[in-house]
Design a protein. Sequence first.
Length: 360
Amino acid sequence: MAENRQSHYDAVIVGGGQAGLAAARLLKDAGLEIIVLDAGERTGDSWRRRYHGLTLFTPRGYSGLAGMRMGGDPAHYPDKDEFADYLEAYAEHFRLPVRHGATVLSVIRKDGNQFVVAGTGFDTVAAAAVVVATGAFRDPIVPCWASELPPEVHALSAEAFGDGSHLPPGPLLVVGDGASGRDIAMLARPKRDVVLATGRPRRLLPDRILGRSLWWWLDVTGLVRAPTKSLRGQLMRRSDPFPDRGRRLSELAAGGVQIKPRATGVAAGAVNFADGSSMQPAAVVWAIGYRPDWSFLDIGTALGENNIVRHDNGISPVKGLYFLGLPWQRNRASGLVMGVSIDADVIVNRLLREHLASDR
């Protein structure tokens, strides 16, 4: 939906993924003048760009936003394109004012009570509040030895893998054995030799327990919503389990993926592993994870040590600044679609209270 071109809003939402849309619906329903700034050409493009075959962690029954359920079998897992189309339909259904092709480069605080948001693809705007909903998965993490790879080795992030058809022929090394690394190793194996470099031990949980979805159990027991700072929350965060769904290392090995310990560096054009072995890959996929990029936040007090955002359940110490969609923002569900609508309620209620107070 195209929005009126105006220079001032009650709230600007940076990011038009699931978190940004959840906040936008609540703010729009409350009668605020808002705009959602999204870098994609279409709503959901951040999901469409991800690697082929990606499915959500949660089944459809736990993958919808408040106010509009996902269609299809609630027990099955939606793929990335289905979820992207769902987000696009959600924005259209609620007539949310999303500006596409809008890349935010700067958010500053001006005159104490106003934010100024600037970038490309949109006119500079001011607002009383800003909701940052870009998530924390912006820049791929690469090891310090990545620059030592021979120039002919094609190195790329998990997001850029696609279906792998654009890679040169020859062995593929996947560095990182989280869910993405294991998915990509399985996807690539039928067409080439694949080596998966692992890291710390991973805990995988069964997809179903006593005939019920794992997520049903996590929901009804409250584990997925255990507060981040609680003992249960800390234990879950430390173990960081993810659903099995055929991803165990033994299953990958049975399918022909060669499992290696941690990759330690490069010597004589070959990648070395902690067990003393080595290989010469034609391509390398970095699946170690991502780190956030808060360089557009030009507000000193918004960031703490190591440029980590300061917040309490998504509420910044900077009045009028909020975050949504951060991993473990309030609990494990915060980084999943199933938790973002509840987190949006928390920050929007706070935003509305502050907004009404400032109008008195």
